[in-house]
Design a protein around this ligand. Structure first.
Ligand SMILES: *Cc1c(COP(=O)(O)O)cnc(C)c1O
Length: 395
């Protein structure tokens, strides 16, 4: 039994790679996991070494063995040339977008993008002279009509935040690359385990590690990976901002990574069971989940994804706000709060109407976003069943 990393890990299956990626027990006295290196200063043995910045590490912001373990693992699992780690998923998105745009450039952003991404584009990028246009997430190869001479990047997210529209990433990537521009993808929902974004055409891929890498709602972290073409600019931009992640959070993310395939499988199975059950409920108008055969995004999902995670939406039949409040306030097991990806189930009302600009959001009722945790399905259904009874009683 070896205490060194396996050679040529690409020949292994995904679950095996998840276990071994980024680990080298022989470099740490045989201990299985990389230790937490806390540190700013790195000492140089000689004047000459200092002047030439010789040595694997030179300062805490640019890396440590703890950071390297996660960066190496993530690049390997994502099929990327390199990865940077940031203190949040949103920070990972901002670094990604700053690395591909300059004043005078044009950026295309899906109308279904994570809302804080939009706020960054409108609040910061525009101020620095980047023109931002939002586009219909279902546009596919039609993106060609929106490409301009100065379009530098196109941001995609599949499925869309809250609304769960599926985007045809390979079709968009083909057009974008023909124009010499970059595809930036927020792949938080699927992770590289369910959607190999780089392989499907994304150049720079963002993951909010806060969600499924953690799996415990106990840390904030972002990962941005890039292919060989975009890695130098991404790395340079990251170094300028020095927006580095904390070592404890990186350690927890590494710990989460080892069980991520197992957890995703269970979240996915549970969520699909809940989605199917919700489809049978008379209070529900529509379920937004790409793994359901009648979902408009199902064909793309089936072609490009190898599974679904634990997050989906429903549209309720029209109900007064007081009835919705009665339903949600009395839930025993579902928590109400932002973020997702942990072991515990969550529900949150959503409405895309106020911020959509390229498309109209008119689903015909109140939206609810569910994250399905690891509880017993029967208990979750009973909790919602009682909630629906309160909803009906308050109508
Ligand atoms: C949560 C989330 C983010 C941001 O992650 P934070 O760590 O909370 O900043 C980005 N994109 C998507 C799709 C998310 O759900």
């Amino acid at each position: 039994m070896s205490n060194t990393p396996p050679r040529d890990p690409a020949r292994f299956g995904q679950s095996t790679r998840l276990v071994h990626a980024g680990r080298d027990p022989s470099a740490q006295y045989g201990f299985v996991n990389a230790p937490i290196y806390r540190g700013s200063t790195v000492l140089f043995p000689t004047y000459d070494d200092l002047m030439h910045r010789r040595g694997r590490y030179d300062y805490g912001t640019s890396g440590s063995p703890t950071m390297d373990a996660l960066k190496t693992a993530w690049s390997e699992l994502s099929g990327a040339a390199g990865t940077v780690l940031t203190p949040s998923g949103l920070a990972a998105l901002t670094v990604a977008l700053m690395s591909v745009t300059s004043a005078g450039d044009h950026l295309l952003v899906s109308d279904s993008a994570y809302r804080p991404t939009r706020l960054f584009c409108d609040g910061v990028l525009k101020r620095y002279g980047v023109e931002v246009t939002y586009y219909d997430p279902l546009i596919g190869a039609g993106i060609v009509a929106l490409m301009r001479e100065n379009t530098r990047a196109v941001l995609v997210e599949a499925p869309g935040s809250q609304s769960f529209e599926m985007q045809d990433v390979p079709a968009i990537a083909e057009i974008v690359h023909a124009h010499g521009a970059a595809v930036v993808m927020d792949n938080t929902w699927a992770t590289p385990l369910l959607f190999p974004a780089h392989e499907r055409g994304a150049d720079i891929v963002v993951e909010a590690g806060t969600k499924y890498l953690s799996g415990g709602s106990d840390l904030l972290l972002g990962l941005t990976s890039a292919n060989a073409k975009h890695w130098p600019a991404l790395h340079r931009t990251f170094e300028h901002f020095a927006m580095c992640a904390g070592p404890e959070d990186v350690f927890l993310a590494l710990r989460g990574l080892r069980t991520m395939a197992l957890r995703l499988r269970e979240h996915g199975r549970q969520a699909l069971a809940m989605a199917e059950w919700l489809q049978t409920r008379p209070e529900v108008l529509r379920v937004l989940h790409p793994a359901l055969p009648d979902d408009p995004g199902h064909a793309i999902w089936k072609r490009d994804f190898s599974g679904a995670s634990g997050l989906f939406g429903v549209i309720l039949k029209p109900a007064p706000k007081a009835a919705l409040a009665a339903m949600l306030d009395g839930l025993e097991l579902f928590g109400m709060g932002f973020s997702w990806g942990g072991f515990e189930s969550l529900v949150i009302p959503f409405d895309c109407t106020p911020y959509r600009t390229a498309t109209r959001w008119e689903p015909g009722g109140q939206g609810l976003r569910f994250h399905i945790g690891l509880e017993d399905i029967a208990d979750l259904q009973a909790d919602l069943d009682a909630g629906f009874a309160r909803l009906r009683a308050a109508m």
